[in-house]
Design a protein around this ligand. Structure first.
Ligand code: SF4
Length: 251
């Protein structure tokens, strides 16, 4: 079995506990216009030109080779750390990589995922067998605006319930994007969501334009967003904290 990854990054410090090796899979079920990894939205290897040279976003890798790459850093994981699967939407690969997940667990490798949970619930069932930590995105909860990114509220809520019913370690992460996630209606729905599911940990972050050059390489349109002020972000933090949630603002 081969899968398509765009990169494998080592010594990551913000993708889960300790030192992580982060694997970025290609392919996503959403299309967020603020995505900082636009090369991971398509499931296919994509060609681009740089200084007249032909280059590619993504490459095929066998599960055996991927395991070898992950285990190269095992000595760093033995204290605190492990592998983090990201993307794109890493859960969309979980049927394909289940044999690898099994082997990693047999070798006591700590597994974390970053997911938007906009996937078939069977994939969440697979994750529940192997994954130790979850970073789950909170994006658009307002049904009217959700279609802008291809999200489905029922699928998301069902998957969130499934995770929380299993008492797993979850941190919810929310990008603050004016006109999308940071709207009056979405903040209202966010506070209801947090109360309904008794969410315990939330991280808020501003979007940045670090991925802009990749949009250009892919001939994709770059969307500009109105920036969010310090006052707005602190005000939202305060509102969420009133619901007994541990809230962090991350860079
Ligand atoms: S879910 Fe994440 S990877 Fe997918 S389009 Fe949105 S920001 Fe990009």
């Amino acid at each position: 079995m081969k899968v398509i990854v765009s990169s494998i990054q080592r010594f990551c410090l913000h993708d889960g506990p300790g030192i992580r090796t982060t694997v970025f899979f290609k392919g996503c079920s959403l299309k967020c216009p603020w995505c900082s990894n636009p090369e991971n939205i398509s499931f296919n290897i994509e060609e681009y030109k740089e200084n007249d040279e032909t280059k590619y976003f993504g490459y095929e890798i066998s599960l055996e080779k991927l395991e070898e790459e992950i285990l190269k850093d095992k000595k760093f994981y033995d204290n605190v750390g492990g592998v983090t699967f990201s993307g794109g939407e890493c859960l969309l690969q979980f049927k394909n990589i289940e044999p690898l997940l099994k082997k990693l667990k047999e070798k006591n490798v700590d597994i974390c995922i970053e997911s938007a949970l906009n996937v078939n619930s069977e994939l969440v069932d697979i994750a529940l067998k192997y994954v130790d930590h979850y970073y789950v995105d909170i994006k658009i909860l307002d049904s009217n605006t959700q279609k802008l990114i291809g999200a489905n509220k029922d699928i998301y809520y069902n998957n969130v319930e499934k995770l929380l019913n299993n008492n797993v370690d979850v941190i919810f992460r929310m990008p603050l994007v004016k006109g999308y996630t940071y709207t009056k209606q979405n903040i209202k729905e966010l506070l209801v969501f947090i109360e309904k599911y008794k969410i315990k940990k939330v991280e808020l972050f501003r979007i940045h334009n670090l991925g802009e050059f990749k949009y250009k390489l892919l001939n994709k349109e770059v969307t500009k967003f109105e920036s969010i002020s310090d006052e707005e972000i602190v005000d939202l933090k305060n509102k969420i904290e009133k619901l007994n949630v541990d809230v962090k603002i991350i860079k």
